[in-house]
Design a protein around this ligand. Structure first.
Ligand code: CP
Length: 314
């Protein structure tokens, strides 16, 4: 593994899940692997889980970590090539990435989409520029279109809670007040269609994800029909891919207990943060069905498995 930006960077998915679970059992077993190695974490956007879990994963492996909130702490970074830089942006990504590559052995980058222009967002300029110019392995901490560390943790969580070899997993659209990226949902779909699960997606018409990430998934437009017999219901809002960035006003798609009645006592998942009683009702989040904290805990071991693999290949 040179970079980690999608499921395609993982050769053996089941083996990788087992590696994360082994690290969960013995988090400090490879404490010397990261000695004298530095991880740089760059955030163009806010984070709680990704920031703290990746730092903890690095600490478990004995690495140093440096964290920077790019938009607040550093120079504003120009992304476009060939521009006359006579505006507010003082540093080009070509130099910024190359310099950070001198200080760090591995870099993690978080950069959300602007949700104004689909072609620009799906072009993934920032993560690609870091891969091109830093000279070190790059980990996506959530890009414009994918969130692989989250999806890996989700797959680890499903493997821990599944009651049958091939569980039924349903990704359900849910309401939100803001336009959110498709990254978590694209990524979850991409990982589930590569994993040994029976995978479906349910959303209102017009909220279909890009088919580059959903090949092999069953598609529904009715939650009751989709949830029948489900072992896992993964809840997430995403803005429209088709009418790019449209929010959608479907408050009845919120997940409450009544929605789970015909599932196979489904476990409810969400990447967090979650807006209570908008996306998921209190009665679900506060019940034993919800495994969202378990998911968040597994973010440490998914990140640790990725870092370990990269450190072993430096
Ligand atoms: N799920 C997730 O990535 O959380 P943060 O945005 O807090 O990092």
């Amino acid at each position: 593994m040179r970079h980690f930006t999608s499921v395609n960077d993982v050769k053996d998915l089941d083996g990788f899940v087992q590696k994360a679970l082994a690290l969960k059992k013995s988090p400090f077993a490879h404490k010397h692997l990261g000695e004298n190695r530095t991880l740089g974490l760059l955030f163009f956007n806010s984070s709680l889980r990704t920031r703290m879990s990746t730092q903890k994963a690095a600490a478990n492996l004995g690495m140093n970590t440096m964290v920077m909130n790019v938009t607040q702490d550093s120079w504003q970074i120009e992304i476009e090539d060939g521009v006359v830089m006579d505006g507010g942006k003082a540093e080009h990504i070509r130099e910024a990435a190359a310099v950070l590559g001198q200080y760090c052995d591995i870099l993690g980058v978080r950069s959300f989409p602007a949700l104004r222009d689909r072609k620009t967002d799906y072009g993934e300029k920032i993560i690609k520029a870091f891969i091109q110019h830093s000279g070190v392995p790059i980990i996506s901490l959530e890009s414009a279109t994918l969130h692989p560390l989250q999806s890996f943790a989700d797959l680890v969580t499903i493997s821990e809670f599944k009651k049958s070899p091939k569980p039924k997993v349903v990704l359900s659209w849910a309401p939100h007040i803001n336009a959110l990226p498709q990254a978590v949902s694209n990524s979850f779909s991409q990982w589930m269609t590569h994993a040994d699960v029976d995978f479906s997606i349910v959303q209102p018409k017009g909220f279909e994800l890009s088919d580059q990430f959903t090949k092999g998934a069953k598609i529904y437009y009715d939650q009751e029909e989709a949830f029948e017999g489900a072992d896992f219901v993964y809840v997430k809002n995403w803005s429209s891919y088709k009418n790019y960035g449209e929010v959608g006003n479907y408050p009845k798609w919120m997940i409450d207990q009544s929605k789970l009645a015909n599932t196979n006592q489904a476990r409810v998942m969400h990447c967090l943060p979650v807006r209570r009683n908008v996306v998921i009702a209190d009665e679900v989040l506060d019940s034993k069905s919800a495994i969202v904290i378990h998911q968040a805990a597994n973010r440490v071991f998914s990140a640790q498995a990725v870092l370990k693999e990269m450190l072993e290949n430096l």
